[in-house]
Design a protein around this ligand. Structure first.
Ligand code: SF4
Length: 161
């Protein structure tokens, strides 16, 4: 990716400042305001990924307020049992659209963004248009990068073979 970016510098701005200002800084601001001993976070060990890899159990203490992760030990089977028992209704994103994870719609940092865009195009056309109005150049850039990556892989295979 670095090689691609160096030879094809993006001609649009790239940053994750929306994450910083809309999520992380807001959370820190509330914590700093004080009056809290513990914050609860909905992270499960079984979900895997970067979020879960940051922790090893359901509780941590630190310089700031403590963190409690009440569903940390929930397995997928526990989750299913809970949902069945309490009649939890899931978003159509999961039940109809086939998404396995959701976050900000159309986030260009999503490593599966092109697949997600196809899903949005099919089920939420207005959202699809909105995401393109906002992030269109980055989607084109991702497509170009993936084409480049495939080409490089093919070249490596032909050199090796
Ligand atoms: S769009 Fe992406 S980078 Fe921005 S706040 Fe959402 S997840 Fe973070």
């Amino acid at each position: 990716m670095k090689e691609f970016m160096v030879s094809n510098p993006p001609d649009f701005k790239v940053s994750a400042k929306c994450c910083k200002y809309a999520k992380k800084d807001m959370s820190k601001h509330i914590e700093k305001a004080g009056g809290y001993d513990v914050k609860c976070m909905g992270i499960r060990r079984a979900e895997g990924g970067i979020r879960a890899a940051k922790y090893t159990n359901c509780f941590s203490t630190g310089k700031g307020i403590d963190q409690f992760r009440p569903i940390w030990w929930f397995r997928d089977s526990d989750k299913e049992e809970y949902c069945a028992r309490y009649g939890v209704t899931h978003s159509r994103c999961y039940t109809e659209y086939g998404l396995v994870r959701t976050g900000c719609v159309g986030c260009p940092f999503n490593k599966n963004i092109l697949n997600e865009l196809e899903t949005i195009r099919k089920f939420e056309h207005k959202l699809y248009t909105a995401a393109h109005n906002l992030f269109g150049p980055s989607y084109d850039y991702t497509r170009r990068y993936l084409t480049y990556r495939e080409k490089k892989k093919a070249e490596a295979r032909s050199t090796a073979g």
